[in-house]
Design a protein around this ligand. Structure first.
Ligand code: BV8
Length: 255
């Protein structure tokens, strides 16, 4: 996808800043994985799930009320994530991390995504704010289990750790607290960052959506990469309205 000259001028300014940045934080959302064929969270649902609302299914109440439907939905998404491959957006973020570290800087990737594509693309310092769909956990013991890359045979899947228990995806549902380590790390790194990117997120979900505001208040240079305007667009220094898979490689080329 060719980027127009106004976006390329903005890309030049972002790359110039990144050359000097020493504490870089990147927040990613579902838009980064969209080009790997993974439906963004607020995209309309299709097929079997077209009559369901993700925001209602991604809750402990839904799991309590109908564990079979919720675990079927998550297992189909898990298999979709395993079948997907990282796209240029994921790969470039891993290369930008290497660049910043080679300059003696610190790089932190805060992701809201649960698909583990950043790790598969080679990103090292990844903080999963909303957990991972690739791992599941026993709803009694809390033990973690990574299922094989095949569909569960029974729903809800029985726990291998406790005969009366079942497995749930190791994600953070609405109304659940983020993992303590993830939250503390996200606050600490955002507090001291000198450059913050918000990539492929609608900036609707908190506390993740609050980090870009926090970075801006701490005078970090803030950049948004999104196909559309979002709730964060008015608070960033540079808004790159384009796809992450198209614009991130243009930034890397200029480092
Ligand atoms: C909590 C995992 C407290 C599951 C998800 C204020 C403070 C704190 C909490 C709240 C608050 N106000 C409201 C709340 C409650 C709630 C919340 O934020 N609600 C929203 C709806 C208002 N927050 C919570 O419940 C959080 N918990 O705060 O707990 C607490 C404390 C102590 C004790 C108990 C409780 C937990 C939130 C986590 C929920 N789990 N995911 C799963 O995946 O199934 S969130 C869900 O939305 C997604 O998974 C994703 O992680 C998140 C954000 O979505 P996006 O990633 O932005 O995706 P979306 O589809 O919306 O947008 C995609 C974007 O990409 C679009 O802008 C599009 O234009 C763009 N795009 C598309 N293609 C591209 C692109 N951009 C670039 N390139 C492309 N190619």
């Amino acid at each position: 996808m060719d980027l127009d000259s106004s976006i390329l001028r903005k890309v030049e300014s972002v790359a110039a800043r990144l050359l000097k940045a020493r504490h870089v934080v990147v927040l990613t959302g579902a838009g980064v994985s969209a080009e790997s064929g993974i439906r963004a969270f607020r995209d309309t649902m299709e097929g079997l799930w077209k009559d369901f609302d993700p925001a209602k299914l991604a809750t402990p109440e839904a799991f309590e009320a109908d564990p079979e439907t919720v675990t079927r939905w998550y297992d189909s998404r898990r298999l979709g994530c395993l079948a997907a491959t990282p796209n240029p957006g994921h790969l470039v973020l891993a290369q930008i991390e290497s660049f910043v570290r080679a300059q003696g800087g610190e790089f932190t990737l805060l992701t809201q995504n649960v698909d583990r594509l950043h790790q598969r693309a080679g990103s090292l310092e990844v903080v999963e704010l909303h957990g991972s769909i690739i791992e599941w956990r026993c709803n009694q013991t809390g033990n973690i289990f990574e299922p094989p890359p095949t569909p569960f045979e029974r729903f809800p899947p029985p726990s291998p750790f406790d005969s009366g228990a079942i497995l749930r995806p190791d994600v953070v549902w609405f109304g659940e607290a983020l993992p303590e380590y993830a939250l503390i790390t996200a606050f600490e790194r955002t507090e001291r960052c000198d450059m913050f990117f918000s990539v492929g997120t609608s900036s609707v979900v908190y506390p993740a959506a609050g980090f870009v505001q926090m970075a801006a208040q701490n005078c970090a240079f803030t950049v948004e990469v999104n196909k559309q305007e979002t709730l964060a667009s008015s608070s960033v220094d540079v808004q790159l309205q384009a796809s992450s898979a198209a614009v991130l490689p243009e930034i890397l080329k200029r480092l």
